[in-house]
Write a protein that binds this ligand. Structure first.
Ligand code: LHQ
Length: 261
């Protein structure tokens, strides 16, 4: 598959999807939204992919919807149809992807670009990178999952403050608030993320996938329902080759060699 708006690389079990419209801080046009969804589906289907990293080319991570492209669209009137066709399936598919997904936030992330980062499992940011909801800045309400993820991650009061004031959130404050997992000098970010990604690509992929499924479900379950669901998922995990390898390695006092199966 060749892409025109993004780069897709698979090395050592780690797929890297690089949004590649650097002249507009990797803002989404329709083509990039469609290609990003295709790339996520490819990563989902390919058993060789055991970790996915999302990042941006150049100075930005992703500035959300390309506002020039939005104005130029003939059917710009229907935001609802636009979201249902572009960002909603992308965010939903990414969240449901049963492999670890890391956002490597190399620069500004705004609007749907922030939504993309929030839908990932882990976020690492470059020192000084700014996160911005951006929607109220142009007279819009949150979309692309930001209304779902942000209050859950940092609490409703902080989330509303960011949404209403459109104030930038620095990577450093995002770290203090638990929104990002780590902050690195810009020139060290890619190597730091690569190290985490390689570690995750050598992990029991199916168990991590079930972990995501459990966390996603638990958000709207009672304790008893969550316990029942955990038991159901553990039944599946207990039948994987990686479970047998994990126990055999433990008993033999050697490191496990998980294959993601
Ligand atoms: C851009 C953009 C951009 C085009 C920077 N578009 N060119 C979807 C559809 C339907 C309904 C509504 O919702 C959505 C989802 C959304 O995502 S809506 C939110 C859209 N995004 C924004 O409103 C963010 C707009 N951008 C910004 O606020 C700033 O650019 C940020 C905070 C991202 C970065 O600020 P700076 O680091 O100061 O960079 P900059 O503003 O100088 O931008 C660099 C260039 O990128 C500049 O172009 P130029 O030719 O002057 O160098 C910008 O015009 C361009 N750019 N974002 N979204």
């Amino acid at each position: 598959m060749t892409y025109t708006t993004l780069l897709y690389d698979l090395t050592g079990g780690v797929a890297t999807l690089t949004l590649n419209r650097p002249e507009v801080l990797n803002a989404f046009n329709d083509e990039m939204a469609a290609e990003a969804l295709t790339a996520v589906k490819t990563a989902e289907r390919d058993p060789a992919v055991r970790c996915l990293v999302l990042t941006g080319a150049g100075k930005g991570f992703c500035a959300g919807q390309d506002l020039q492209a939005l104005r130029a669209r003939a059917a710009a009137g229907s935001f609802r149809a636009h979201l249902e066709r572009t960002y909603n399936p992308l965010i939903s598919r990414l969240r449901a992807l049963e492999k670890p997904v890391i956002a490597q936030i190399n620069g500004p992330a705004a609007g749907a670009g922030l939504g993309l980062a929030l839908a990932c499992d882990l976020r690492y940011a470059a020192a000084g990178a700014k996160l911005r909801l951006a929607f109220s800045g142009i007279g819009l309400a949150p979309d692309s999952g930001t209304s779902f993820f942000l209050p859950r991650l940092i609490g409703p009061a902080r989330a509303f403050e960011l949404a209403a004031t459109n104030a930038p959130l620095t990577a450093e404050r995002a770290l203090a608030w638990g929104l990002v997992n780590g902050v690195y000098p810009a020139e060290e970010l890619a190597a730091a993320v690569r190290a985490v990604a390689e570690q995750l690509a050598a992990a029991p992929t199916k168990a991590l996938g079930l972990t995501k499924r459990a966390f996603n479900q638990a958000a709207h379950l009672t304790l008893d329902e969550a316990l029942a669901y955990e038991a159901q998922l553990q039944e599946i995990a207990g039948r994987t080759a990686d479970y047998h390898e994990g126990v055999a390695a433990f008993l033999a006092k050697r490191p496990p060699a998980f294959r993601g199966e």
